[in-house]
Design a protein around this ligand. Structure first.
Ligand code: BGC
Ligand code: ZN
Length: 372
């Protein structure tokens, strides 16, 4: 069976012949992979800046943003059935007795750092024809979401952030009182960056009632800027509007959702965060050398404005479930805009070139369905 793999010894990404997976435990499920999304993490793996093959393997099958169909379920499987569409979680527990996070099923908060991730670290991923996984890592998605279901995993980043944000917001009890759990209810949110994580984050904020702004480098006539305006958020181009002018337009910024992965932008944008504001970092920057910052101003604001900054990675069961629910909402409200996030689909053979060539479009997807 074909798989797209990164081979560290050769420093190449190519199609390899990968053994057919088999159900070995009664709670496992055999899946036929339909689509796999490509993200910045895959590009880093293809540059050999990140990623690690499973112990004893000379290659890593990449791909962690998946959509698959159940073809066979083990005898003790109750959560999914043959024919179901599913998205599989990425991270697996470290298994160390001292890790209370992994022991309670929250490996997205693993304490030891010894976790594995499918398609990223020490475990093969989904860019292949068939995979097996335990039912506990699968999330069923409605059949009518077939053409956008591959967006669930990148959406989980925003969902995990928003779940934590809601917990944090309870420190301001009057703002959380009388509104549905998770609601933004008119609070002002600025999304930094218009890649898939930023744009999906903007939709998640919009459905919760946030007054949502997207700040990015594209010009106002760029298709991404028009997409932002079409879904009901406000687009501001960094080329025309410096950060302080953005803050003057928005008013008190209650939330900054960072999705650029560029430390200099991310840290300079700390200056726009308002009173009682929360700043969420989701990007993983490469190493680009030190930057200078006005640390006194940042620290004064943090203290004198009750600000809170947090970083978030990966996602737990709850965030995957929330992503499936939100994707349905997005699909009902913005069917065209949601589909437009997937800008290009490719056969697996095109993948090595896609990962190493320049990034174009919004979300590129590798399709396995038409496999010979
Ligand atoms: C994935 C996460 C993963 C992270 C770090 C991201 O691209 O979406 O699931 O935890 O990379 O490896
Ligand atoms: Zn990813």
């Amino acid at each position: 069976m074909r798989a797209v793999a990164a081979l560290p010894a050769e420093r190449s990404v190519r199609i390899v012949e990968h053994p057919e997976p088999r159900i070995e435990h009664p709670t496992e499920v055999l899946l036929q992979v339909l689509e796999v999304g490509i993200c910045g993490t895959d590009r880093e793996i293809a540059r050999f800046d990140y990623g690690e093959p499973p112990p004893g393997s000379s290659y890593l099958v990449i791909g962690h943003e998946s959509l698959a169909r159940v073809v066979e379920a083990g005898p003790e499987v109750g959560r999914v059935r043959r024919g179901d569409l599913v998205v599989t979680m990425v991270r697996r527990p470290c298994g160390r007795p001292e890790c209370s996070a992994c022991a309670s099923g929250r490996q997205d908060f693993c304490l030891t750092g010894e976790f594995s991730e499918r398609g990223i670290r020490r475990r093969h991923g989904f860019m292949t024809e068939r995979v097996v996984d335990d039912q506990r890592y699968l999330h069923v998605i409605p059949l009518h979401l077939r053409d956008v279901g591959v967006l669930v995993e990148p959406l989980t980043i925003a969902e995990k952030a928003l779940i934590q944000l809601w917990d944090v917001r309870k420190r301001l009890p009057w703002t959380a009182a009388g509104v549905p759990a998770g609601s933004g209810h008119g609070e002002r949110a600025v999304v930094l960056g218009a890649g898939p994580v930023g744009l999906l984050g903007a939709l998640a904020l919009l459905v919760r009632g946030y007054d949502t702004w997207v700040y990015s480098r594209q010009r106002e006539d760029d298709p991404k800027a028009r997409w932002v305006e079409a879904v009901g958020a406000t687009y501001v181009s960094s080329g025309r509007t410096p950060l302080d002018a953005l803050a003057a337009r928005v008013g008190n910024v209650d939330l900054v959702y960072e999705a650029t992965g560029a430390a200099s932008i991310a840290f300079h944008a700390l200056g726009i965060l308002g009173v009682n504001g929360v700043y969420v970092f989701t990007g993983v920057p490469g190493r680009k050398g030190p930057i200078s910052l006005d640390a006194d101003a940042i620290m004064r604001d943090l203290v004198l404005k009750n600000q809170l900054l947090f970083g978030t990675v990966n996602a737990g069961f709850d965030a995957f479930q929330a992503a499936v629910d939100d994707l349905s909402r997005f699909h009902a409200r913005w069917p065209e805009a949601l589909r437009a996030l997937i800008t290009d689909r490719h056969p697996p053979e095109a993948c090595p070139g896609l990962l190493t060539g320049p990034a174009t479009g919004i979300k590129s997807v590798v399709s396995f369905e038409a496999a010979p």
